[in-house]
Design a protein around this ligand. Structure first.
Ligand code: GDP
Ligand code: MG
Length: 302
């Protein structure tokens, strides 16, 4: 690959939870995640996904959703998300295709306007609406701020993602690649494994335990002379009643969470996984500095 003509830079993904940030990343990068970064681990709380092609490299920062913080963990996640726009070359603001603008949107627009970074409005999930409805959506968001580009996509169907990539490259500076072209993330495998378990748990549990769980990997070890990796992980919740819900009748919920997570971790590390899950109750872990730190968040930034 020619390196003197390449562009390389950072694109932040901003948006409310559930707008499809992770889905978009997965679609751009493909499912397999190889962890071969040359750089030391610096940011633990923003997932970096790296897209490389002939034109260069886009390093995506998938920020935690910006929302109102209710406790220390929430505050921390919001501050990580809110400080991101200043350090990047371009911001992608992902939204749902709806004309309704909420206080959250106004807040995000305010942050983006202050940041002085080019902003691309990305209207996701266009597979859910008619083309004619998009005009109204665009009008509503345009009232909030001026966008450098507006692109409508479907992350799930991979629609218009080429246009999105084209738009992002417009705002990246020329320069050598930051990462080896084969690298697609800089997250350590343990952290991805714990995120996968957490995601599966939240999906299986629906709204029963909103935000109230964390996952800690206690052990992750390759068995010598075999293709099996043993993983012990703890799902931590705040109340005994939650513990019961997570375990489910005769352990059915926990089994479901474990088997879904196992399949994805196996894909990720390309080894067989023996996953053991436990559920622990630690009251108010979200309000405790030590415990928030234990789970991989940097409490000094709280
Ligand atoms: P995040 O919280 O912003 O990372 O959102 P996720 O990527 O986890 O997606 C939240 C939900 O929206 C999931 O159920 C996705 O399957 C769904 N979703 C994401 N992108 C699309 C899309 O383009 N179309 C539709 N119909 N659903 C989508
Ligand atoms: Mg996500």
């Amino acid at each position: 690959m020619e390196t003197n003509n390449t562009k390389s830079g950072f694109a932040a993904l901003i948006g409310r939870p559930n707008v499809g940030k992770s889905t978009l990343m997965n679609h751009l990068i493909g499912q397999k995640i190889a962890i071969t970064s040359r750089k030391p681990q610096t940011t633990r709380n923003r997932i970096q996904t790296i897209y490389t092609e002939d034109r260069g490299q886009i390093i995506f920062l998938d920020t935690p959703g910006i929302h109102k913080a209710k406790n220390k963990l929430g505050k921390y996640m919001v501050s990580a998300a809110e400080t991101t726009p200043k350090d990047v070359d371009v911001c992608l603001w992902l939204v749902e295709p709806s004309e309704k603008i909420g206080p959250g949107d106004t807040h995000i627009a305010g942050l983006l306007r202050k940041s002085n970074v080019p902003v691309i409005l990305v209207i996701n999930k266009i597979d859910k609406v008619k083309k004619t409805e998009l005009v109204g959506v665009i009008d509503s968001f345009r009232k909030l701020m001026t966008f450098d580009d507006i692109i409508a996509v479907s992350a799930i169907q991979g629609k218009n993602l080429d246009q999105l990539i084209d738009a992002i490259f417009k705002y990246l500076p020329y320069g050598p690649l930051y990462y080896d072209p084969d690298t697609i993330t800089d997250q350590p495998v343990r952290q991805i494994a714990s995120e996968l378990i957490r995601e599966k748990a939240l999906r299986c549990l629906g709204d029963e335990i909103p935000h109230g769980i964390a996952v800690a990997i206690i052990k992750m070890q390759d068995r010598p002379n075999s293709d099996i990796t043993d993983i012990d992980a703890e799902i931590v919740c705040e109340r005994d009643s939650h513990k019961g819900i997570i375990i489910g009748k005769n352990g059915s919920k926990l089994k479901e969470i474990g088997s879904e997570a196992r399949v994805e971790i196996e894909d990720l590390i390309e080894r067989k996984v023996n996953l053991k899950l436990w559920v622990k109750v630690r009251q108010n872990w979200r309000d405790s500095d030590i415990q928030v730190k234990n789970f991989g968040y940097d409490a000094s930034k709280l």
